[in-house]
Design a protein around this ligand. Structure first.
Ligand SMILES: NC(=O)c1ccc[n+]([C@@H]2O[C@H](COP(=O)([O-])OP(=O)(O)OC[C@H]3O[C@@H](n4cnc5c(N)ncnc54)[C@H](OP(=O)(O)O)[C@@H]3O)[C@@H](O)[C@H]2O)c1
Length: 291
């Protein structure tokens, strides 16, 4: 697995074939929560040119709202959207994959790149529903991509080259960090880093409740808790030290932190978090077969 953090995206480095110096033409098929997260993150980072982005939705009012909010093109016509796109980003629900692939499949060409962020849906599932050797890359981003602190894992399908993987990395790097992973790990990654923000929002809320319990104003408690989580994550990434060593640095003998740790262990925090990832990862593998 290789890891990259914010680097040069398309905006700075040039990018997809035929896109020119200001980035690829991107069609986002399914501009819901995650599609909009990516579009907003790209535009804020200057990673894509809004004039080259088209987003689709099932409902015309959603497509119009997304177009207005982001200053891009919006439509409910998936086939029209993929025509002329360099990158076709699939961002519908896993259960809608069949329908959308049947609709756009024969409009796709091998010069285009399909990037799917659908949980549970494998590259071979997509390839089997396309008429030709269209390159497919599977990616699993998360919602902090909206603020440039995202984590995306990428894996290549059987017609995707190293250049296609690099092209996909250039798309996600401006939104945070990216790793290239083996496809067999994608459900695990979904359970950890795609579901993870929800788990950590609960942790932040609970830490803040603790602060409120010992007398802090709510707003201040939330800020302290959130920045503390951000800082702890940054320490792990920037120092490349094991979290246990960093924890030991905070834990003075007979100090207050070790008393807090005792409570966390009593409450089963570790085993609870481990089981949360196991459950989420198992469920991630099932979504495509839901009705
Ligand atoms: N949410 C996350 O944190 C997250 C993280 C990583 C990956 N993902 C993946 O991202 C995908 C989307 O998740 P989401 O949370 O963004 O779901 P969502 O908010 O429900 O968005 C799905 C979007 O797809 C649109 N859509 C439905 N049928 C369509 C069709 N036939 N053609 C074009 N658009 C269609 C919907 O349009 P309308 O709004 O008009 O109904 C909606 O905007 C999922 O596959 C999920 O696994 C999500």
């Amino acid at each position: 697995m290789t890891t990259s953090s914010k680097d040069e995206g398309f905006g700075a480095a040039g990018g997809a074939a035929g896109a020119g110096g200001d980035g690829p033409r991107v069609a986002v098929i399914g501009a819901g929560k995650m599609g909009q997260t990516l579009i907003g993150g790209w535009l804020d980072a200057g990673a894509v040119n809004g004039g080259k982005v088209v987003a689709t939705a099932a409902h015309a009012d959603r497509a119009a709202r997304v177009a207005r909010d982001f200053g891009i093109e919006g439509t409910i016509d998936n086939r029209a959207a993929v025509e002329g796109a360099d990158i076709v980003m699939l961002a519908v629900k896993p259960q809608t994959a069949d329908l959308v692939l049947a609709e756009i499949g024969d409009a796709l060409r091998p010069e285009q790149l399909v990037v799917s962020i659908l949980a549970s849906v494998t590259t071979s599932y997509i390839e089997d529903r396309l008429p030709g050797p269209i390159p497919v890359v599977r990616a699993m981003p998360n919602t902090p991509s909206r603020v440039g602190a995202g984590m995306t894992a990428i894996c290549a399908g059987r017609h995707a080259s190293a250049d296609h993987v690099a092209e996909s990395e250039r798309l996600f790097l401006p939104l945070g960090r990216a790793v290239v992973a083996d496809e067999k790990h994608m459900d695990a990654i979904t359970g950890l880093s795609a579901s993870g923000p929800a788990f950590l929002y609960i942790v932040i809320e609970a830490l803040a409740d603790g602060g409120v319990k010992v007398g802090l104003p709510r707003k201040m408690a939330i800020e302290l808790a959130a920045q503390t989580c951000l800082g702890a994550g940054k320490m792990v990434l920037d120092t490349d030290r094991h979290p246990a060593l960093l924890k030991d640095e905070v834990t003075t003998p007979a100090g207050c932190t070790v008393d807090g740790i005792l409570r966390l262990e009593e409450g089963g925090l570790r085993v609870t978090l481990i089981k949360a990832i196991v459950e989420a990862a198992a469920r991630a593998g099932e979504l495509v077969s839901d009705e």
